[in-house]
Design a protein around this ligand. Sequence first.
Ligand SMILES: [Mg+2]
Length: 218
Amino acid sequence: MQIYRLPPRSAALLFDMDSTLYTHPEYARAQVDPLIKRFGQKLGKDFPGARREIEDYRRNWAASHGGRTLSLGFVFAAYGITMEENIRWREESCEPGLYLKADPVLRDTLAVLASAFALAVVTNNPVSVARKTLDVLGVADLFKVLVGLDTCRVSKPHKAPFLKAAENLGLSPETCISVGDRYDIDLALPLELGMGGILVEGVGDVYKLPEVLGLSPP
Ligand SMILES: [Mg+2]
């Protein structure tokens, strides 16, 4: 875990979802592979070819952008994949129930956090997938706001989803802390917006947040 900034008057935690609220590399791959396959079909490429195309694009983009990481949504947009297709592909391919199960430790942790902070999810998955995932984890009722790919119709890293989450919570960005597993995607822009930022290596670090934020552990 790496804490980049904690605002003096924090009132909300904006969580990334995938690889933050759960850690499951196989499921992370199972979400991305069907998207790469669909992308390949559009380009007339097989799966390895499509994956190489994405890797090459990301490598070239990083080389001219100070080594920063680009989310898959931005790569798709660069190839003319519409937001509608991106949203539909994700809705059709994400089956969290096949991989994840209820996480009682996460539930206890979030319940403690919810006693002091408003909780939101800001994800590059559509809201329907976020809701399904949080339901499977058994924590959906603890989040006041879900901002997904279809809320602002842009992928992180973009300011809009973070600002929308703060707005929907009725809070200023300076009182929010973004929590996620990818600095460039989840933290760089929130920090620019005056938010706090905590980088986690997975849900194991989320379990430690009550203590980090000065609350009694569950
Ligand atoms: Mg993530």
